[in-house]
Design a protein around this ligand. Structure first.
Ligand SMILES: N[C@@H](CCC(=O)N[C@@H](CS)C(=O)NCC(=O)O)C(=O)O
Length: 216
């Protein structure tokens, strides 16, 4: 059996399916779709809009990483990808009901706020920003997602203009261990350390944000 994988760049579910195909020893060809127009291709070939999707050499078409894993397990039993256990089924159900509903809720709030507060969004941007993708500054400007492109100084000038003041000091608060406004101030300095156990919490953001921490 071989397969054709329809994918988007930088998609984790697509990477997972690619890994699964490799583990199963299934030869595959990856078709790299272009974000945006990918929906037209996916709708035409699979009747759905998301990736990953695979077309297997027996003619079967499957969309979504979990259904794909199951379809692969059915055809090539070893190594098994989805454990056949009540625990695994419960974990998937929990993921759908609890975790997915949290993410879905946040996504709806994000989309709702952007639509409400950016009334000049282009039709393309309205369609594209709903999946939380990243835009370059130029793309965001062209699509009406931002007003202008500039550095902090320009933003402060704009704030002064809007407030109708020519003289105004801007005070920025920093934590005591932050020195400068650059990536380097977050970098670790110093020699190698020997630790019994390494807990690396450096990448955690310092601003309030949604975090799901799993400590099994
Ligand atoms: N839970 C699904 C996620 C599918 C999904 O959200 N795919 C994204 C790429 S990671 C996608 O197709 N986004 C584009 C779109 O929704 O049009 C899976 O594992 O297959």
């Amino acid at each position: 059996m071989d397969a054709v994988l329809f994918a988007l760049p930088a998609s984790h579910p697509c990477a997972a399916v690619e890994r699964a195909l490799t583990l199963k020893g299934v030869a595959y060809r990856r078709i790299e779709l272009i974000p945006g127009p990918h929906r037209i291709v996916q709708k035409a070939v699979f009747g759905a809009t998301t990736v990953p999707a695979v077309r297997l050499s027996d003619g079967t078409k499957v969309v979504g990483s979990r259904p794909i894993m199951r379809a692969l397990d059915e055809r090539v039993p070893e190594p098994r990808l989805v454990p056949d256990s009540a625990g695994a089924a419960r974990a998937e159900e929990w993921g759908d009901q609890v975790l997915q509903s949290l993410v879905g809720d946040m996504q709806q709030r994000f989309v709702g706020l952007v639509r409400e507060r950016r009334p000049n969004l282009s039709e393309e941007m309205k369609a594209e920003m709903i999946d939380g993708r990243v835009f370059s500054a130029n793309q965001a400007l062209a699509g009406g997602l931002v007003d202008d492109i500039g550095y902090l100084d320009a933003t402060i000038d704009r704030a002064r203009q809007r407030a109708g003041v020519s003289e105004a000091s801007v005070i920025r608060y920093r934590r005591s261990d932050e020195y400068a406004d650059s990536l380097y101030d977050r970098a670790k300095v110093g020699g190698a350390q020997v630790n019994m156990v390494n807990f690396n919490i450096e990448p955690l953001p310092r601003t309030p944000s949604f975090l799901y921490l799993w400590a099994p």
